[in-house]
Write a protein that binds this ligand. Structure first.
Ligand code: BES
Ligand code: MN
Ligand code: ZN
Length: 463
């Protein structure tokens, strides 16, 4: 789907950005009919406010859009994207520059996203002609990647089951000449992924691990792991209906890893990418794992099931152990792992965990630059004893219910040893109420910031 391509700007409607500071001058330069109309509409250039301006005949001549002032402590670079949701269908252009043109364009594309797969009527949407001095191809790639991830997450579990999620990963890999290896069902036991098997074996569609690599074999190794729970009922420790309703999004980590993989491959970053997706449904049937069950893990640690609803850390443990075996330079995992992360930071600010100080600083910096916010929480070692098992080496449900996102991260940490640097993102993958660039529903969190970081670290294109 092209986001910014197509019609020539000759008849495009100009959008003029205004701040409190610039408004007097812009107002003074408006044609008289537009000036009268703006005054009669009591237009003030408050952030996010828009006004359609008429020409002398009352035709659609332009748009005013209020932005934050220069001094504003918090600015949302996606704010201009709001226009994609409020303007009538038509062709538009920027008459002057917003605070950050590239992020404004991206914000527009991300606001224009619709999940209309199941709708008969598709909305006609406003089109924006991008300014000439912008790398539109890069923005289109980011927008396509986020669209891919959001579509996977928004698709309900009856159409996004383990087969469908696997197919999406296989298709993406093939698109870039990579071949995915699948370890399916009981083969997981043979190949030593006992935890992925234990979590997924109760479902109609068998559990599996998708593994693909792309790029030059001697390039720096970057591995992405994503939690792919196509639906999380909680298992025998069943969730209440309020907690279960959104659990189609519990494969948001896998979707995020795929979105990031798309960015990396489409932009040809000079690195050796590996993507590992443990894919399951946490279902209830006669073969479901029980609370108090003990399973071996790929790494050799025995794991006791304190709660069958702590399934994400189990499947990630085996996938991370595999990822760790070839000591990647950078290892990232993305997972809708805990409700506790939401309690701590809310839906829009995923916590991340790493022990690499320089990497943590770089992540914070690229999060700000990419308008993809995250917040560091500690791998607080004194809490590590909370996940010691009673009958096994480790329990999937920490003794106290407190610091749930931290104890989940500490659980994962026990399975990572050799990776040069490991970072875990406890994402929400969902926007409960729409904001500019972030429509209500599925969200891809932390992928754009990591793409920015990788682009910055390794350069843009394989030569
Ligand atoms: N997928 C959930 C975590 C989750 C819930 C993420 C809601 C985002 C929104 C995970 O598998 C889970 O169920 N975690 C439990 C752990 C608890 C039983 C210790 C949780 O967070 O409630
Ligand atoms: Mn769960
Ligand atoms: Zn889950």
């Amino acid at each position: 789907m092209p986001f910014f391509e197509g019609p020539s700007p000759a008849n495009a409607v100009p959008i003029t950005f205004v701040t409190l500071q610039s408004w007097p001058e812009i107002k003074a330069a408006l044609p008289i009919a537009a000036a009268h109309f703006a005054a009669a509409s009591k237009f003030e250039p408050t952030p996010g406010r828009s006004l359609i301006l008429p020409d002398a005949e009352g035709r659609f001549a332009g748009v005013l859009f209020g932005l934050e002032g220069q001094a504003a402590r918090f600015r949302d670079p996606f704010l201009p994207g709001k226009l994609a949701g409020v303007l009538p269908a038509g062709i538009y252009r920027f008459a002057n520059a917003p605070h950050d043109t590239a992020l404004a364009l991206l914000g527009w594309a991300l606001t224009a996203y619709r999940f209309d797969r199941y709708k008969k009527r598709k909305d006609a949407q406003p089109q924006l002609v991008p300014p000439g001095d912008i790398d539109v191809a890069r923005i289109n790639t980011l927008a396509r990647a986020v669209t891919l991830g959001r579509d996977l997450i928004n698709t309900p579990a009856n159409d996004m089951d383990p087969d469908a999620l696997e197919a999406a990963a296989v298709t993406l890999a093939a698109q870039f000449g990579a071949e995915a290896a699948i370890t399916l069902g009981d083969d997981l036991l043979k190949e030593n992924f006992p935890l992925i098997h234990a979590v997924g074996r109760a479902a109609a569609k068998p559990p599996r691990l998708v593994d693909f690599s792309w790029g030059a074999e001697d390039a720096p190794k970057v591995t992405l792991v994503g939690k792919g729970v196509c639906f999380d009922t909680g298992g025998l420790d069943i969730k209440p209906s309020s907690g279960m309703y959104l659990m189609k999004k519990d494969m948001g980590g896998a979707a995020t890893a795929l979105a990031l993989a798309y960015m990396i491959m489409a932009r040809g970053l000079p690195l050796r990418l590996r993507v590992l997706l443990p894919i399951v449904e946490n279902a209830i049937s006669a073969t479901a794992m029980h609370p108090s069950d003990v399973y071996p893990s790929r790494k050799g640690l025995s794991v006791e099931v304190g709660n069958t609803d702590c399934e994400g850390r189990m499947i990630l443990a085996d996938a991370l152990a595999l990822a760790d075996e070839d000591a990647p330079e950078l290892l990232f995992d993305f997972a809708t792992l805990t409700g506790a992360a939401r309690v701590a930071l809310g839906p829009d600010l995923p916590p991340f965990y790493t022990e690499d100080e320089a990497l943590a600083a770089a992540i914070a910096q690229h999060a700000a630059a990419a308008n993809d916010p995250v917040w560091r929480l500690p791998l607080w070692q004194p809490y590590d004893k909370l996940i010691d098992g009673k009958t096994a080496d480790i329990t999937n449900n920490a003794a106290s219910g407190l610091a749930g996102s931290i104890t989940a991260a500490l659980f994962l940490k026990r399975f990572v040893e050799k990776a040069k640097a490991w970072t875990h993102f406890d994402i929400y993958a969902w926007t409960p109420s729409a904001k500019p660039g972030r429509p209500e529903g599925a969200e891809v969190q932390a992928a754009r910031l990591i793409f920015d970081l990788l682009e910055n670290r390794y350069g843009t294109r394989a030569s």
